[in-house]
Ligand binder design. Structure first.
Ligand SMILES: *[C@@H]1O[C@H](CO)[C@@H](O)[C@H](O)[C@H]1NC(C)=O
Length: 215
């Protein structure tokens, strides 16, 4: 009985201190000092007396991104690089524009879960669960719909409407990071050797060279 009680107490304490976001701040804010040269995890804080409204401000998400590229989409990021006041706060936002049939190719954010809201158009979205199931979870979204991409999972969007599509996505990191699968695997610098990729993808080396030439 006593040991069961201790176990429950231990679980309760463990759950109470478990954290699903960046660690709590010890001050109101830590506006990034872009001039500091000290390497820290994130950015060094600017003197709070020198902080002003512009440190918490970005203008431009009303502007459509240029989707004239191979995939037909454009991500406009607003993270701690664009808004120094986001430093240490564990949150950021992006605007994503999609040309008709444009895609945001399969990618992952190593440090953030994403909540995407469709502002215009229709998007087919999806993510793949981790090994060994690798289950694909997809849905077609309309204007006003919201969808979650859990942290670390490979996900994508495709514009399946007639016109342009626009989405806004919030991410729970000041610097979510992006790993685009095709670019990371076939466009690394230097290349991952073709024999490794040929075996990994179960194709011949010429197929690998062909993919590598595109990234
Ligand atoms: C959009 O990008 C394309 C390709 O880089 C470029 O040719 C074009 O001028 C850009 N359009 C605008 C409006 O910036």
């Amino acid at each position: 009985m006593a040991s069961q009680f201790l176990l429950l107490a231990f679980l309760a304490i463990t759950c109470a201190i478990a954290s699903a976001s960046d660690p709590s701040s010890l001050q109101d804010f830590c506006v990034a000092d872009s001039k500091a040269s000290v390497p820290v995890n994130g950015f060094v804080c600017k003197d709070s007396k020198l902080v002003d409204a512009n440190d918490f401000f970005f203008s431009g998400l009303h502007l459509a991104g240029n989707t004239s590229n191979a995939v037909g989409s454009r991500v406009t990021p607003v993270n701690a690089v664009q808004i120094p006041g986001l430093n240490t706060l564990g949150i950021s936002i992006v605007r994503i524009d999609y040309a008709p049939w444009g895609i945001n190719p399969p990618h992952t954010h190593p440090r953030a879960t994403e909540v995407l809201t469709v502002l215009e158009g229709s998007l087919k979205v999806g993510f793949v669960t981790s090994n060994p199931e690798n289950r694909l979870i997809t849905k077609v979204l309309q204007k006003g719909d919201v969808f979650v991409f859990p942290v670390g999972l490979v996900h994508f969007q495709q514009n399946v409407g007639y016109g342009n599509a626009v989405a806004i996505a919030a991410l729970n990191s000041q610097n979510p990071g992006v790993i685009t699968v095709a670019n990371a695997v076939f466009g690394s610098k230097p290349d991952i050797s073709a024999d490794i990729l040929a075996k990994a993808f179960q194709v011949d080396k010429n197929t690998v060279y062909n993919f590598q030439s595109k990234f």
